[in-house]
Design a protein around this ligand. Structure first.
Ligand code: PEP
Ligand code: MG
Length: 586
């Protein structure tokens, strides 16, 4: 047991499981401050500036070539653009002239001149331009740091590191995953923030909401990250190190055991088969879905394609992506979810919403941007020739949204027919159940769609009025809240009455404690991150369906989250071996 009262032990929110021991890498967007000071030696100042400029260009060229390797040409273009700014003769000339005439220190002039560029961009109505303004901040800091002859703390560190940062965007997480980042620790963020989901998909342990992480942890500190329990140990003593080295060894052995389950079905002891599908967020995960024995893709978050393209991917570009997955998976199913943009995800238009989670998100955005939606529907249809593709709509809250979507799909089908382009005429259409109004309308919606997939990440957020990405209210974000369990029961039983298939693709399906409950509620399929597939199989293969339906009935009468937790804990300790529980207790 680890003494969590010890001074070097900190607790955050366990966002992605796993244990790692490595040195810390602090990711800070450092801001260089400048003051308006006069100088005596103008020639020396100009020379200093020229040297700093040359050094900055050299550094950026190195970053660019690394980025091409790690990220591909498209994303690396960002760094090429930065180099071009450093070559702008007007900018450079202005700086040199001002140093000479105003006789002020070059850092001040560089800051002033480059900030002018930045201000124009910050005020832009285009989101793209505003984002580029952040890149210019990087260039400015780089030149100033080089004028001051400070060593550049490379963002592209080498060797295995645990990345410590104030917060991380999903894009940051993806970017760092392509380097040797073996763990993430952040000050902010909640369990279902998209950065946490990306970390889980990549099978990299992560702890979020450890408020003072960037204060407590210094660069190069040795850090133990225990993503099962949300524990971070900074500069461990011998006893702590030994404890975790032992755990790591056992974990490796367990992984080997789990790998044996890969080709076995998830079937309960009394013969109930549960389909274990996978959530696909990143291209990189695809291989591990197959390797870990996923029985298809239950949720492809197509928003990820924006990471690869600067603007909305064209019909051809999307067709290539979807066809490729469909072929590789055939005959297993590929469930493509329409772009779920807005909320806490990227909204590629210039709109500031006071409350984005309740704003222009998912199907609402798509129906208001018909051309964009049409492009995606056509690409999905064109990729559907192997008949293993299903299409799914996010954030549905009303019947009208389903009707309009179906009208658009049938228009696209007519177009393709007249263009003599083949597609699956029986393409299944499903909706995400993640808004309370949709949960209540299941029976009515069932007449219009082929399947449902419950998105608990959002359903919990909207039912309990708790922001899924806000660590301050993380205690209120309760997947075992009695209202949630009763709602899940309602959705599943209503869907069954109409013979409509229902799955669950929220993070709750990846919670080892929730799986027996979900199976007991009658789900016959779940969709989880690739890394969770073998664990889910292990748990399901040890269940007795007829037994669990009994304890599920008791859970449905509980009045508090704690009562449900206690029932599930007891069920686990009575029915599961030490080894499955071990990593979830420190
Ligand atoms: C969900 O809300 O549960 C879900 C799977 O969708 P996302 O996490 O992409 O919002
Ligand atoms: Mg959702």
């Amino acid at each position: 047991m680890i003494d969590i009262e010890k001074q070097n032990v900190y607790k955050g929110i366990p966002a992605a499981p796993g244990i790692k021991i490595a040195s810390a890498f602090l990711f800070k967007k450092e801001i260089e401050t400048v003051t308006d000071e006069k100088i005596v030696n103008v020639d020396e100042a100009v020379e200093n500036f020229n040297d700093a400029l040359a050094k900055s260009k050299k550094e950026l060229a190195k970053v660019f070539s690394l980025a091409v390797d790690k990220l591909g040409v498209k994303r690396a273009a960002l760094f090429e653009a930065q180099i071009m700014i450093l070559d702008d003769p007007v900018l450079i000339n202005n700086i040199i002239v001002r140093i000479k005439t105003e006789k002020k220190n070059p850092e001040f002039i560089v800051n002033d001149e480059i900030s002018k560029y930045q201000d124009i961009m910050t005020l832009s109505h285009e989101q793209y331009m505003r984002e580029r303004s952040q890149d210019i901040e990087d260039i400015k800091n780089r030149i100033i740091r080089n004028i001051r002859k400070k060593k550049w703390k490379s963002r592209l560190s080498t060797g295995e590191v645990i990345l410590v940062s104030s917060s991380l965007t999903p894009a940051d997480t993806v970017l760092f995953s392509r380097m040797d980042v073996t763990g993430y620790i952040t000050n902010f963020g909640g369990l279902t923030s998209h950065a946490a989901i990306v970390a889980r998909s990549l099978n990299v342990p992560a702890i979020v909401g450890l408020h003072e992480a960037t204060e407590i942890i210094q660069n190069s500190d040795i850090v133990i990250i225990d993503g099962f329990n949300g524990i971070v140990i900074v500069n461990p003593d011998e006893e702590q190190l030994l404890h975790y080295q032992k755990k790591l060894k056992k974990l490796e052995a367990v992984d080997l055991e789990l790998a044996k389950l890969k080709d076995l079905p998830a079937i309960t002891l009394d013969g109930r088969k549960i389909d274990i599908l996978a959530n696909l967020d990143l291209n990189e995960e695809f291989e591990s879905i197959i390797q870990n024995g996923g029985e298809g893709i239950g949720l492809m978050r197509t928003e990820q394609i924006f990471q690869e393209y600067d603007s909305f991917p064209s019909e051809d570009e999307q067709t290539e992506v979807y066809s490729n997955y469909s072929q590789k998976l055939y005959p297993l199913p590929l469930t493509i979810r329409a772009f779920d943009i807005g909320g806490d995800k990227v909204l590629p238009v210039d709109v500031q919403e006071p409350n984005p989670m309740l704003g222009w998100r998912g199907i609402r955005f798509l129906l208001d941007n018909e051309e964009l939606f049409r492009t995606q529907i056509r690409a999905v249809l064109k990729s559907s020739v192997h008949k293993n593709i299903k299409f799914m709509i996010p954030m549905v809250s009303s019947m009208r949204e389903i009707e309009l979507t179906k009208e658009l799909i049938s228009k696209c089908m007519d177009e393709l027919k007249s263009e003599k382009i083949p597609f699956d005429e029986h393409l299944e259409l499903g909706i995400m159940i993640e808004v309370p109004s949709a949960a209540l309308m299941i029976r009515d919606f069932a007449e219009y769609v082929d399947f449902f997939s419950i998105g608990t990440n959002d359903l919990i957020q909207y039912m309990l009025a708790v922001d899924r990405g806000n660590d301050i209210v993380t205690n209120q974000y309760q997947e075992f809240h009695p209202a949630i369990i009763r709602t899940l029961n309602f959705i599943i039983s209503e869907a069954k009455k109409t013979n409509t298939k229902v799955s669950l693709c929220g993070e709750m399906a990846a919670d080892y404690k929730a799986i027996p409950l979900l199976v007991g509620l009658g789900l016959d399929s779940i969709s989880v991150s690739a890394s969770v597939i073998p664990h889910a199989k292990e748990i399901i293969r040890a269940l007795n369906y007829s037994e669990i339906s009994g304890f599920v009935k008791t859970c449905l009468t509980c009045k508090t989250e704690k009562e449900i937790h206690d029932i599930l804990d007891k069920y686990y300790s009575d029915n599961f071996s030490e080894s499955s529980n071990e990593f979830y207790s420190n």
